[in-house]
Design a protein around this ligand. Structure first.
Ligand code: NAD
Length: 358
């Protein structure tokens, strides 16, 4: 049976990076002998222009019935003056919410030839390959009560950090599963020395750990995790953590790799449906010029094969080809350096990847 992939190119450089990514997807599915049906739909500013809504019902319906959704990016100056509720970002937030995407996967990978792009010493980050799993639909960003009010004649602002056992168990099981498929090590990050919510988190993680005897579990306080990420990032394999800690740590880990144009991400729902997108935005400053780096989107396609379409073969073919193209010295402008001045555009980088896939 064919896998259904809904493609949402979106705005700005979204459509430009999506072109090569789709070609790479088609070639990878051929290599792995799997069949994919794609359907393209509108989201973000493009959907506002065509249909007056950043997330048309038809797009949501298509996404709901898909195995995976591949997104370019949404937003741009053209829509910046719209009221918040009507802005392109609402399309993406709506998708996350409606599809129940509770697990955000942010790999921080650094292909060795790009090690000098990092602000850390090359030897600390060359061949870095860690995965941060962030709980995306709960915790302090959504907890109630929240608000700003007057107490004892002074204004106070407050939020609630709340996690149910069910939410903790669900995200932690994703962590154990993925650690089992990778290096076999899971580090749960919390603040159990201060927060009650984290004490429950740690208790639940420890309760389910025996279900995964092949995964080595460790715990780390979030402040230490932030230090360790910049001191010795390669000590980690998979990190699982709550919404706010994950928000901060995943951005910190992303910058270890030095380049926004290289970073893929995934958000998963129960049952395997996933949304795959580059970490970067729509880069209005370079949109329409065939300059954007398509590798973050191409690597998001690799994640899609691995996590929603269950094809490590296709994912490996893509990731290996990306490494080989970089080894051969090909660079888009954003990852160019003195030894490798800019030499390919968006479409040409896609071609270099295609030629190296086997
Ligand atoms: P951005 O990631 O779009 O761009 C930041 C800088 O990185 C820019 O200089 C850009 O040219 C460069 N850059 C980004 N991706 C690149 C790529 N693939 N190749 C080469 N260079 C690249 O972030 P921003 O400028 O803060 O936001 C621009 C727009 O994107 C805004 O409308 C914002 O709301 C939107 N945005 C969307 C998403 C999303 O859809 N997930 C995420 C972030 C920002």
């Amino acid at each position: 049976m064919a896998h259904r992939v809904v493609v949402l190119p979106g705005d700005g450089i979204g459509p430009e990076v999506m072109g090569p990514a789709i070609e790479v997807m088609n070639k990878a599915s051929e290599i792995a002998g799997i069949s994919i049906e794609t359907e393209e739909a509108l989201v973000g500013g493009a959907a506002i222009d065509a249909e007056g809504s950043p997330l048309p019902d038809s797009t949501l319906a298509a996404a709901r019935s898909a195995d995976a959704v591949l997104l370019g990016g949404v937003g741009g100056p053209k829509w910046d003056d719209l009221p918040v509720e009507q802005r392109p970002e609402k399309g993406l937030l709506g998708l996350r919410q409606e599809l129940g995407l509770f697990a955000n996967l942010r790999p921080a990978m650094l292909f060795a030839p790009l090690a000098q792009a990092s602000s850390l010493k090359s030897e600390l980050v060359a061949d870095l390959d860690i995965l941060i799993i962030r709980e995306l639909t709960g915790g302090i960003y959504f907890g109630e009560p929240r608000g700003i009010e007057v107490r004892d004649n002074a204004r106070v602002g407050f939020n609630t950090l709340i996690y149910s056992e069910h939410e903790i168990e669900r995200i932690t099981r994703v962590g154990f599963d993925l650690a089992g498929k990778r290096g076999g090590r899971l580090c749960s990050v919390d603040k159990a020395n201060v927060l009650d919510s984290s004490q429950l988190w740690r208790e639940v993680v420890m309760r389910i750990a025996p279900d995964y005897p092949d995964v080595e579990l460790s715990h780390m306080y979030v402040d230490n995790a932030a230090m360790q990420l910049v001191r010795a990032p390669k000590q980690f394999d998979v990190i699982v953590t709550g919404n706010m800690f994950g928000d901060i740590l995943s951005d910190c880990a992303a910058m270890l790799t030095g380049s926004l144009g290289m970073l893929p991400s995934a958000s998963l729902a129960s049952g395997g449906l996933g949304l795959y997108e580059p970490v970067h935005g729509t880069a209005p400053d370079i949109a329409g010029q065939n300059l954007a780096n398509p590798l973050a989107t191409i690597l998001s396609v690799a994640m899609m094969f691995r996590y929603s379409l269950d094809s490590a073969r296709a994912a490996d073919a893509i990731e290996t080809a990306v490494g080989a193209a970089l080894d051969a010295g090909f660079r888009t402008a954003d990852i160019a350096d003195e030894d490798h001045p800019r030499n390919v555009n968006t479409a040409e980088m896609g071609q270099q990847i295609l030629e190296r896939m086997e």
